[in-house]
Design a protein around this ligand. Structure first.
Ligand SMILES: [Zn+2]
Ligand SMILES: [Zn+2]
Ligand SMILES: [Zn+2]
Length: 158
């Protein structure tokens, strides 16, 4: 578990940029705070928010995600699933993802080796690295088992 922004820190960050933490924005924020280990699509966020705030509109949710992304309250990930996924962002939350192409599940990992590679590349190329993003794609154990049980073909490769 990584430390993430709480409601008051988020309020401060918004106010520094001239935004208010409206009840709608707070509802979106709380969705992330109560699902810290999930990578939510905009539709996921919308349905989760809507379950407790039935009056909220989809456009409001999308605009809030965009604002939070700009202010680095959440970060956007593209797992090649045709939609973005969002997760809480914080300075010490750097990690990488493993994505199952079949069920779409996402696992997180960190690797000291990868971080060493970044420093090494920076040195070798005299390049100031601002960050990196790495994902591994494939098929999880469950999906491989299921594919074996239900057919003789392996899941379609992209
Ligand atoms: Zn899977
Ligand atoms: Zn993640
Ligand atoms: Zn890394």
């Amino acid at each position: 578990m990584t430390t993430i922004l709480d409601v008051e820190q988020t309020r401060t960050r918004l106010e520094e940029k001239g935004y208010r933490l409206t009840p709608q924005r707070q509802a979106v924020l709380e969705t992330f705070l109560s699902n810290p280990d999930r990578h939510l699509s905009a539709d996921d966020v919308y349905s989760l928010v809507k379950s407790t705030n039935p009056e909220i509109g989809v456009a409001t949710v999308y605009r809030t995600l965009e604002l939070f992304r700009e202010l680095h309250i959440i970060s956007e990930q593209d797992f090649g699933q045709g939609m973005s996924r969002y997760e809480c962002a914080s300075d010490d939350s750097h990690h990488h993802h493993i994505v199952c192409l079949s069920c779409g599940r996402v696992w997180e990992f960190s690797s000291a080796t990868l971080e060493r590679v970044e420093r090494q590349l920076a040195k070798e190329h005299d390049f100031e690295v601002a960050g990196h993003n790495l994902q591994f794609y494939g098929y999880c154990k469950d999906c491989r088992l299921k594919a074996r049980e239900h057919s003789t073909t392996t899941p379609a490769r992209r």
